[in-house]
Design a binder for this molecule. Structure first.
Ligand SMILES: CC(C)(COP(=O)(O)OP(=O)(O)OC[C@H]1O[C@@H](n2cnc3c(N)ncnc32)[C@H](O)[C@@H]1OP(=O)(O)O)[C@@H](O)C(=O)NCCC(=O)NCCS
Length: 183
């Protein structure tokens, strides 16, 4: 398993393993900051993200090898601050439309850090990392009113292929980025 950080020009995408997720869910933020060497916003994880991290932790417990495909902290080189998180829903084959070899990307940039291109940069780095691991198709599911996220997937060359209903997030537009598309 290769859970080393992924690099982009301004960010390090640091894989969050089970120990770190456990501590985050236990509100032991200072310990996590010491392990990551990054400053984490006081209010994180909120209720929504705690549910999300719990799901990722359960996935990792069920399949420890899935860790590199799951959640990563986005740490800004310049300040050492965590500005958000990004990753895939799971290893190849884990994606909303159920495509056998595809991965689905997910990303969040904390409010105060938005509008600086961090999400775009992180998704680009994740796509390149997946490509190096022979993943052909990347999926993204975006709510129809989520303009910033729609702007990101369109800018990166994703193409809308359908719609789906998500238990938590409601209606989502499903996008795909296939093999040869440039990012
Ligand atoms: C979506 C999200 C990750 C974007 O993070 P970010 O770091 O601000 O994103 P970026 O700066 O890389 O790109 C945002 C793009 O949206 C555009 N944008 C922002 N608000 C917009 C709006 N109201 N209408 C149209 N475009 C908009 C920006 O101009 C930018 O595009 P550009 O680089 O071509 O100018 C962030 O808003 C977020 O965390 N939202 C909540 C979680 C979420 O929705 N995640 C995605 C789930 S699919």
């Amino acid at each position: 398993m290769d859970a080393r950080p992924i690099r982009s020009s301004r960010l390090e995408l640091v894989s969050l393993g089970p120990d770190v997720l456990d501590r985050l869910l236990d509100r032991r933020r200072e310990e996590v900051e010491a392990v990551l060497g990054a400053e984490i916003p006081e209010e994180w994880p909120d209720e929504h993200d705690s549910r999300f991290l719990r799901r990722r932790l359960d996935q990792m417990r069920g399949d420890p090898e899935s860790q590199p495909w799951l959640v990563r902290a986005l740490v800004l080189d310049e300040t050492g601050r965590m500005v958000g998180h990004a990753g895939f829903h799971g290893p190849p084959g884990t994606n909303g439309p159920g495509l056998p070899d595809a991965v689905e990307v997910g990303y969040t940039v904390f409010d105060r850090f938005r509008g600086s291109g961090y999400a775009t940069e992180a998704v680009r780095a994740l796509v390149a990392w997946a490509r190096e691991r022979q993943v052909g198709t990347i999926v993204a599911s975006v709510a129809p009113g989520n303009e910033p996220s729609l702007a990101i997937v369109r800018k990166l060359g994703f193409v809308q292929t359908g719609e789906q209903w998500d238990e938590e997030d409601g209606l989502e537009l499903v996008f795909r980025l296939d093999g040869a598309a440039s990012t």
